[in-house]
Design a protein around this ligand. Structure first.
Ligand SMILES: *[C@@H]1O[C@H](CO)[C@@H](O)[C@H](O)[C@H]1NC(C)=O
Length: 131
């Protein structure tokens, strides 16, 4: 019994430690992150090609980017967006980060050109610390 439990815990450590990379470029993507860990979401490809986009959770806009410049980032410093790579890193994940996020892309005429949803699911127990 104890051996089985030990095995389970070491498996968790391997899969939950460190960063999880998730491709959020397809509509309806499901991404998993570990409680207390870090997830890196690929939101867009070539961000420089997109004049304007927003990333939101329900009605709350988390990120606004225009011409590859982050013009608004309403959340804490756990969220780090890198426009040149189109990736968003979320550190020290907590259960409240779970949910449905929507990426809204706008064209040159400020019209919505595309919307993509991403389901982020935070899982696991915090058994160890990420430094
Ligand atoms: C999001 O994904 C999780 C894990 O797969 C699932 O349990 C949950 O029902 C999904 N939520 C929605 C709204 O699709």
């Amino acid at each position: 019994m104890i051996r089985v439990e030990g095995f389970y815990i070491s498996l968790c450590f391997v899969s939950f430690a460190g960063e999880t990379l998730c491709d959020g470029r397809k509509d309806g993507a499901v991404c998993y992150g570990a409680l207390g860990g870090t997830v890196v979401l690929q939101l867009v490809d070539d961000a420089s090609e997109i004049p304007r986009y927003e990333w939101k959770k329900e009605k709350a806009i988390i990120l606004k980017v225009r011409n590859s410049v982050v013009i608004s980032n309403k959340v804490d410093e756990r969220f780090v967006f890198t426009p040149s790579t189109g990736t968003l890193m979320i550190n020290n994940l907590n259960r409240k980060d779970s949910g449905i996020y929507t990426l809204v892309l706008f064209d040159k005429d400020q019209k919505i050109s595309e919307q993509r949803t991403l389901n982020l699911s935070i899982q696991g127990k915090q058994l160890f610390f990420n430094k």
